[in-house]
Design a protein around this ligand. Structure first.
Ligand code: AKB
Length: 320
């Protein structure tokens, strides 16, 4: 049985990952850690929690010691668009926090999962069928922290044997906790606006293709990689993973199939557009498939039906 610490348990991924880990490994074996934003009552009531600032070494260390932790999911990070406004904070949380986690993991023999992102690529990367191993020269602070995070995680593995693993997540679409300040957030917002107002103003231009994934697949990617047989892993930090690639027109048409009166307009945000233009249109994730059996289950159509059903039910109950 594992003892798991989730740092960033109130965030978009952390809130759902914590509950899924508790389901699989037992409520008392998964500690939810957060800083300022409190997680849901479900998380607070179903298992142990700690208030941890990942940039504070002693707080990370004390939680690992106290709960006898052997696996850390380190999700604390600022998303891409917000990181452009707060580059120092993005570095501090993303890198100083990660170094603390890796150091504690080295001392207490923990495995570590830290998400990377499509943001680890840049405009000099081949943007179609982006290879697993290729040029990574991002032009955003978010991307700089993701590349540095990948390198640090591989360094701690090779130098100290820390079992550090990670995936390069595409845009993640979910219906529990909203993302905050990402470039791909439009692909979440479109569903909420379609249900509430039947219209949406898109901040990215037609023809902007990006990789995307539904949250259940994102959660499986993290847990399956951490469960993978280490002898099969030729890569570690970090694996390309994707489920689908679309532009705003394609997702709008998928929504229109379910809500025919839905209308989408454009008001392009130049910061988000520049970031999106420097990211892959679609990644090659064959190494993840070969090395640990990555196999997503949702496509655009099945995700759209599920998103609209869940958000529609919340709307009817007055929860939005
Ligand atoms: C963002 O848009 O910043 C994130 C990401 C793709 O890493 N969703």
């Amino acid at each position: 049985m594992k003892n798991i610490l989730v740092i960033g348990a109130a965030g978009q991924i952390g809130s759902e990952l914590t509950m899924e880990l508790r389901k699989r490994y037992g409520n008392n074996n998964v500690v939810a850690a957060f800083r300022k934003t409190k997680p849901s009552d479900d998380i607070l009531k179903s298992g142990p929690f700690e208030i941890i600032d990942a940039t504070n070494f002693d707080q990370v260390k004390n939680a690992v010691k106290k709960h006898n932790i052997d696996t850390i999911y380190n999700l604390a990070a600022l998303l891409s668009a917000v990181a452009e406004n707060k580059p120092q904070a993005a570095w501090n949380v993303g890198i100083n926090g990660l170094v603390n986690v890796l150091e504690v993991a080295r001392e207490y023999n923990c495995a570590v999962f830290t998400p990377s992102s499509i943001g680890a690529f840049g405009s000099s990367t081949p943007l179609d069928n982006t290879p697993q191993d290729t040029i990574q020269r991002p032009s955003t602070m978010y991307g700089v922290t993701k590349v540095a995070g990948e390198l640090l995680s591989d360094y701690y593995f090779k130098r100290f044997g820390v079992d550090a693993r990670s995936v390069r997540y595409p845009g993640i679409i979910s219906n529990v906790t909203l993302p905050g300040g990402g470039t791909t957030d439009y692909a979440v917002e479109i569903y909420y606006e379609a249900v509430k107002n039947k219209k949406f103003t898109c901040p990215l231009a037609k023809g902007t293709f990006l990789d995307m994934m539904y949250m259940p697949d994102a959660i499986n990617a993290a847990i399956d990689l951490m469960e993978a047989d280490p002898s099969k892993l030729k890569h570690r930090n970090s694996f390309n993973v994707t489920s689908m690639s679309f532009d705003p027109e394609i997702i709008a048409n998928a929504v229109k199939k379910e809500i025919p009166e839905f209308v989408m307009n454009y008001d392009v945000d130049p910061v988000k557009q520049a970031i999106a233009d420097s990211w892959p249109n679609n990644m090659d994730d064959s190494c993840a498939k070969e090395e640990w059996g990555w196999n997503p289950s949702f496509n655009l159509e099945t995700m759209t039906k599920d998103m609209l059903k869940v958000i529609g039910e919340k709307h009817k109950k007055g929860l939005l």
